[in-house]
Design a protein around this ligand. Structure first.
Ligand code: PLP
Length: 385
């Protein structure tokens, strides 16, 4: 059970999830009581090492990988940086071209910009109006210089699930390492690495009821990669830094809970998601769904409300105790329309009215019905004000 803030309806699970009580309980002893450094030879160190290796084993089993293919990191962002910068550096003797998409998370896009600043060529593939990549476009973009393909598993804004398996088949045909940012899918959808056909996969614990500040990168055996952090011998020299033992233990527990609950939970959430989408579209003529109706994350609803500003919607909903996100990122000076909505061809004016509601483990039918009661009225009021 997830503890809920009183009366508050949380529909921002794509931004972060609460740590499950079992996760918090599993983490607690590792702060003060069992505080050893896993690199220490004594008993306290060795018990911390065993705890980390047990978490690693759970992650590996979840992905259908082996333990030595999992490197713990501090976040999804770090995992993405590690995958891109690490492979590009290690493969510099083979070429300097990377293929990605226009709708990746900034953790990938900004890393690509950094690589470009350092002389790497990056191809940003366009997506269709539902946010899908055509695998054949990946094939066409491959050159003799291509050293990495990085395409996300599912989009964090519009929820579109990419044809990762098909892209993986193409990558393998050409012998090019294939990375996927699976931050929005690990713990929610099947992510067996052999079925996806990926060589590298990023994940972040706080998106599946684990703690913040913990993630991992799966690296298929034989993949050439340079570390981001140099120093101690942790993670077989692939990621120096004293281990965050409580966070890694929490990540392991969260994966264990996901293995148990994921399939049933995905079905339950999908039904609630459809109820919310259908209800909002039926109640407001100016509402339109962004992304693919079916090939989308079980928990993602992203809707443009014509003639509104999503920021105002978010604030009005917050005043009613409903937490969600605007579809456009707020910068310090201006509100920029989301790069994802621009990429799928949404009009600029419409994109400002995009709202993302993301469901999760604590979401109930009663909550969805309350949102359906409240939101259309707020939209109408804002349109006429
Ligand atoms: N990639 C995707 C698709 C995400 O949704 C996020 C977080 O929103 C990240 C990467 C970054 O993960 P973290 O918050 O762990 O740095």
């Amino acid at each position: 059970m997830i503890h809920k803030a009183q009366e508050r309806i949380y529909l921002d699970y794509a931004a972060t999830t609460p740590a499950a009580p079992e996760v918090v309980e599993a983490m607690l002893p590792w702060f003060a009581e069992r505080f050893g450094n896993p690199l220490s030879v004594h008993a306290l160190g060795q018990e911390a090492k065993r705890a980390i290796e047990s978490a690693r084993g759970r992650v590996a089993a979840f992905l259908g990988a082996s333990s030595d293919e999992i490197v713990f990191t501090a976040s999804g962002t770090e995992s993405d940086n590690f995958a891109l910068k690490g492979v590009v550096a290690a493969m510099a003797d083979r070429g300097n071209h990377v293929i990605t998409s226009t709708i990746e998370h900034h953790a990938v896009l900004e890393t690509c910009r950094h690589l470009e600043d350092n002389g790497v060529l990056v191809t940003y593939l366009q997506v269709d109006d539902k946010g899908r990549i055509d695998p054949e476009d990946v094939r066409k973009a491959i050159t003799d210089e291509t050293v990495l393909i990085s395409i996300m598993h599912a989009n964090n804004e519009i929820g579109t699930i990419q044809p990762v398996t098909e892209i993986g088949t193409i990558a393998r045909e050409y012998g090019i390492p294939f990375h996927t940012d699976a931050v929005q899918t690990v713990g929610h959808l099947p992510t067996r690495v052999d079925e996806l056909g990926v060589d590298l996969l990023s994940a972040s614990a706080h998106k599946f009821h684990g703690p913040k500040g913990a993630g991992f990168l799966y690296i298929r055996k034989g993949t050439r990669i340079e570390p981001l952090l140099h120093g101690g011998e942790q993670e077989k020299r692939r990621r120096a830094s004293t281990h965050n033992v409580p966070a890694i233990v929490g990540l392991g527990k969260a994966i264990e809970l996901a293995s148990r609950d994921m399939v049933v939970e995905a079905q339950r959430i999908t039904a609630l998601r459809n109820r919310l989408i259908d209800g909002l579209l039926a109640r407001d003529e100016g509402a339109s769904l962004n992304g693919d109706r079916n090939r989308r994350l079980p928990n993602n609803v992203n809707i443009c409300f014509d003639g509104t500003a999503a920021e105002a919607l978010v604030v009005s909903l917050d005043m009613k105790g409903i937490c969600c996100s605007a579809g456009s990122a707020c910068t310090s000076i201006t509100v920029e329309p989301s790069h994802v909505l621009m990429a799928i061809g949404v009009e600029r004016a419409q994109a400002y009215g995009a709202l993302r509601l993301s469901l999760g483990r604590g979401t109930t039918e009663a909550e969805i019905d309350r949102v359906l009661d409240i939101l259309p009225g707020i939209v109408k009021r804002l349109r006429t004000s």
